[in-house]
Design a protein around this ligand. Structure first.
Ligand code: HEC
Ligand code: HEC
Ligand code: HEC
Length: 129
């Protein structure tokens, strides 16, 4: 039969190896972190360290919960506050300029999420040009 533990361990190792270039580069002094637009607010949805490393997983969870389970709020582990699940109305409310925040970082790491094919950006939507 399947050995869940072994599969999980194997998967974890695979993920680590697969994503190694990303986090290695992020921690590397030679990698020039781009200057990002600073939000006015004090806190993100979770800690900055968590967001830096895991915002893509968080967004995936948000999308699945919202679309499949009709869950519309998320409780922050950082502040304990309930946060509305929305890419445009939550993330981009605090980080309104996509070019100066999300995409500035993504471009420096050669990542280009396809979310904007459908989701609206308040400012800095390169697609509009
Ligand atoms: C209430 C305002 C607020 C909301 C909502 C918010 N953020 Fe943030 N975000 C911040 C603040 C403040 C920081 C910390 C900035 C700093 O210290 O440089 C931050 C930091 C980040 C960082 C790390 C940036 C870096 O300097 O490495 C990422 C990535 C990020 N946010 C993505 C998101 C995403 C994705 C969402 C939606 C799921 C989101 N944020 C929602 C305010 C917010
Ligand atoms: C500090 C740098 C940084 C900032 C700021 C940032 N991202 Fe990211 N983002 C990344 C990295 C690195 C990846 C790729 C991670 C990977 O593939 O392992 C990524 C991946 C993603 C992905 C998954 C894309 C894919 O193809 O798998 C989404 C969605 C995403 N980011 C959304 C956002 C949004 C929305 C914002 C702005 C609110 C944002 N990101 C801001 C660094 C950042
Ligand atoms: C083909 C179009 C399309 C693409 C591409 C797309 N989405 Fe969505 N997304 C939707 C639709 C439609 C909804 C449901 C909106 C509603 O019911 O209000 C949704 C809902 C969501 C929600 C919850 C509700 C909200 O207002 O944000 C999140 C979070 C989300 N998507 C994240 C993402 C992320 C992250 C990406 C990129 C990795 C992405 N989506 C790409 C169409 C898309």
């Amino acid at each position: 039969m399947y050995d869940g533990g072994k599969i999980l361990a194997g998967l974890a190792i695979f993920v680590l190896i697969f994503t190694f270039p990303f986090w290695y580069n992020i921690g590397n002094a030679a990698y020039q972190r781009p200057k990002l637009e600073k939000p006015k607010e004090k806190n993100c949805v979770e800690s900055v360290e968590f967001m830096r490393a895991d915002h893509m997983q968080l967004l995936n969870e948000w999308r699945d919960e919202y679309v499949r389970e009709h869950i519309t709020t998320y409780k922050s582990h950082l502040t304990g506050k309930k946060i509305r699940i929305s890419l445009t109305k939550t993330c981009l409310k605090c980080h309104p300029n996509r070019d100066k925040f999300c995409d500035k970082c993504h471009a420096s790491l050669a990542v280009s999420p396809y979310c904007w094919d459908c989701h609206v950006t308040p400012k800095g939507d390169s697609n509009e040009k």
